[in-house]
Design a protein around this ligand. Structure first.
Ligand code: F6P
Length: 785
């Protein structure tokens, strides 16, 4: 509206300036017109009377002439008429002003008009010759000049009013036109934005006009700019992830591959089907992402009711409450599971990659099984792929060989492999008897992701030591067998807000309910630890920390309890079995030694559903994550996400990837029991205001760097890579055509090396204008660094 008014005022000002500029000409024209009007009427009067005057010139007709002249003088605007002969006034009508003299009238061959004033009477004298000039007989008509002037000023007023009217009318019209134009622009822009929001950026049906095209172009540029900074600033959520996917990878097919399935169908003791969400960081991260992207998730069907739940193609739509993607199950025999999962993956690679001082075990039979099962997964990907170039998201150390196997079968696939556990230094990895094959398998990926830059560096160093390949340290890429894989850090996270927060009781109620369930007085301070029963998690070490706390601060006995919720996992393996036994014994021993009205350490060894886990988080004063070594650790992030009251303290191991992001936690060395005891005490005595400050910063961090951002970064990077590859393919084609036509090579764009040129630009933003994707790698490098 303000714009419309502005246009109106401008139009008004312009019109007024124009009116002022033409005003002198307009008034002169009006004067002339008024004068001319009197003259014309005078002439008409004379023409009508001329013959009669001539016929009455004889002296005897004097009376009749006088009567005629009186009649003529009665005409409108006429003051008087007279007859001049030889310079004397022979006869005049009665109104002839005193002082009139025939001699004052200019003489001419034709009629003559003169202005004259006679004692306050303003007149215009018209003189008409009636004879030859020698005789000098003239008929004079005196017109009232005041009338002329009055008409002139009336005309001026009219002109002024008309100009003002035109000015205001023009302004109103200009405002109206401006309003209409602005309105249709606004509608166009709104529709274009709507289209863009709904992912129809390529096909803006509402704005097919030129304006629409312009807007679309501008929007897509803006959109690109936005997405270029997205990874840093944008609020990532399922919707933005979906939009990113639709815009950047339109029509693409997403296939997730992991060992662990996101939903396990189990039959309970009554034969009833129960659906369980496994205790797996991988699943809690990937599941919301797959829900947002749709597609297919291929995983091992490990539940007792899994076979019953699938269709004839081993597929079932999940989540059960709101199906949005396909879960394709792979069946493994006990023998396969023994060798592939328990053996090679969890007795070999798991302890190899985690510094927990558990010796890895490598058996040839396990390795064979691992290879075979990886083949099975690769075949399933090929069978599920509907297009030759799907985006395949391979998860974790169970499937290290699958990327190469898939690459061999689907050369155009974009394979993103994410390694959820740490990658050790090259010396440590060097003890693996199958290191070359594992690295070769992983380098079938287009992008290989780790949680931290540190693990990326370890991987590149390992490749350098283990196999012959081309390593580009500037772009962190490795080329093997003619295919380039980019190594990138992508810190994994959780969904925000977490689904498990839905329906949670307020914190005071959760505190009450949990203390009641654990048989604790209401004022007891509670610490929680929640994870799989795994030796890498430092469960025993934190118990030693509790022991140190109670030894140093015995006043806390009966006022503090540590509750460890641990989901049994990989229990077939001796290390896991013994850990559980050892933990149970240690919990008992510490509780007994310190005494008190209840056990100071309560160990609950069972699976907890996410809702229960979040209730525990909300009920506790502190949460401890004391991993001896961990890729990321999502429990730490979940605790932060659970505390919407901004209270509670996180104690976090320096050896968990999460400590890089959650610096406001109390960072501890889990090997130092005394320091952990001190950290417990610090957490229990921390002021509410300090808790709030720390928690607020951590919550902001987890909210912004959520799992949609994690997936979004990988998918946007994949999109950049695909575009880059498409350009390279076009150049190859063009070059081939030129060669066929025997054209000199120099006529084509020259590339020092297609790979290096593409890779370096993609990674560090040095790509020329021909590449719209140049800055992505730049962003990736900086923000993960
Ligand atoms: O930490 C790596 C990881 O793959 C997690 O994502 C997951 O929680 C766990 O290991 C695997 O557990 P499981 O053997 O029960 O699938």
């Amino acid at each position: 509206m303000r714009v419309t008014i502005r246009y109106g005022v401008i139009a008004l000002a312009i019109t007024l300036v124009v009116v002022l500029a033409i005003w002198p000409f307009a008034t002169a024209f009006v004067s002339q017109w008024a004068q001319r009007d009197v003259e014309m009427r005078s002439q008409m009067l004379f023409n009508a009377a001329r013959d009669q005057v001539l016929s009455l010139r004889a002296p005897e007709d004097g009376e009749r002439l006088a009567a005629l002249m009186e009649r003529l003088a009665g005409d409108e605007d006429v003051l008087a008429v007279g007859l001049c002969e030889g310079g004397d006034l022979r006869l005049a009508s009665s109104g002839m002003p005193e002082g009139f003299s025939c001699e004052q009238i200019a003489v001419g061959a034709g009629e003559v008009f003169t202005r004259a004033d006679y004692a306050g009477i303003r007149a215009m004298v018209a003189a008409y010759p009636l004879s030859a000039p020698a005789e000098d007989v003239r008929f004079v008509i005196l017109h009232d000049y005041a009338d002329v002037e009055e008409r002139r000023s009336q005309a001026r007023i009219f002109l002024l009013l008309a100009a003002i009217g035109v000015a205001f009318g023009g302004a109103a019209l200009a405002s109206l036109v401006a309003f209409w134009i602005m309105r249709s622009w606004t509608i166009s822009v709104r529709r274009a934005i709507e289209d863009a929001r709904e992912g129809r950026a390529e096909d803006i049906k509402h704005t097919p006009t030129e304006i629409g095209t312009e807007i679309r172009a501008a929007l897509s540029e803006l959109d690109f700019a936005r997405r270029s900074i997205d990874t840093v600033h944008t609020e990532w959520n399922p919707e933005t992830l979906r939009i990113a996917l639709a815009n950047e990878l339109p029509g693409s097919e997403v296939i997730v591959v992991s060992n662990r399935e996101p939903y396990i169908h189990n039959l309970d003791e009554n034969g009833e089907m129960k659906v369980q969400r496994p205790a797996s960081g991988l699943v809690s991260a990937l599941e919301p992402v797959t829900r947002a992207c749709g597609g297919t998730w291929i995983a091992h069907g490990s539940g007792t009711g899994d076979r019953e739940a699938v269709d004839s193609h081993d597929r079932v739509m999940v989540p059960p409450s709101n199906p949005s993607y396909t879960l394709r199950r792979i069946w493994l025999t006990d023998e396969e599971q023994e060798g592939y999962y328990y053996g090679f993956a969890n007795e070999g690679l798991w302890p190899l990659c985690h510094i927990a001082f558990v010796r890895p075990v490598f058996r040839e039979a396990d390795w064979r099984m691992y290879r075979e099962v990886n083949e099975r997964f690769a075949e399933a990907v090929v069978a599920e792929a509907k297009r030759p170039d799907p985006i395949v998201l391979i998860q974790d150390y169970h499937l290290a060989l699958a990327p190469r196997m898939i690459r061999d079968r689907l050369p155009d696939a974009t394979i993103i492999t994410f390694w959820h556990i740490p990658w050790p230094n090259s010396e440590t990895f060097g003890i693996c008897p199958y290191k070359e094959e594992i690295i070769d398998g992983l380098l079938g990926s287009s992008i290989l992701g780790f949680h931290t830059q540190f693990h990326c560096n370890n991987f590149i160093e390992t490749v350098d030591r283990v196999i012959e390949s081309r390593i580009d340290r500037e772009s962190d890429s490795i080329t093997l067998k003619g295919y380039e894989a980019f190594v990138r850090p992508y810190p994994i996270s959780i969904e925000w807000p977490p689904a498990a927060m839905e329906g949670q009781k307020p914190v005071p109620e959760a505190r009450k309910a949990v203390r009641k369930r654990l048989g604790l007085p209401e004022d007891v301070q509670l610490a929680v630890g929640i994870e799989r029963f795994d030796y890498t998690k430092g469960i025993l070490d934190r118990m030693h920390g509790v022991d140190a706390l109670l030894t140093a601060h015995p006043e806390l006995i009966g006022r503090f309890c540590f509750m460890q919720a641990a989901a049994p996992t990989r229990s077939k393996l001796a290390n896991y079995k013994s850990l559980q036994e050892e933990a149970e014994a240690l919990a008992r021993e510490i509780s007994e030694r310190h005494g008190g009205p209840f056990d100071a350490i309560q160990l609950v060894a069972r699976h907890h559903d996410p809702e229960e886990v979040f209730e525990l988080f909300r009920a506790a004063e502190l949460c401890i994550v004391s991993s001896l070594h961990d890729g990321m650790n999502l429990v730490a992030k979940e605790f932060v996400a659970a505390r919407d009251d901004e209270q509670g303290v996180l104690i976090l191991s320096a050896f968990a990837g999460a400590s890089r992001e959650l610096g406001e936690a109390l960072i501890v060395n889990p090997y130092d029991a005394h320091a952990m005891g001190e950290a417990f005490y610090w957490a229990l005595t921390m002021e509410a205001s300090e808790q709030r400050e720390r928690m607020r910063v951590m919550r902001e961090q987890v909210e912004a760097r959520n799992v949609y951002r994690w997936a979004g970064q990988m998918l946007l990077d994949a999109a950049r890579l695909r575009k880059k590859q498409r350009i390279m393919r076009l150049i190859e084609k063009e070059r081939g055509r030129a060669q066929d036509a025997h054209q000199p090579q120099a006529s084509l764009p020259q590339f020092r090396s297609e790979r290096i040129e593409a890779g370096a630009g993609w990674a560090d933003g040095r790509v020329g204008d021909d590449c719209a994707t140049g800055d992505m790698g730049n962003i990736m490098d900086r923000q993960h660094g």
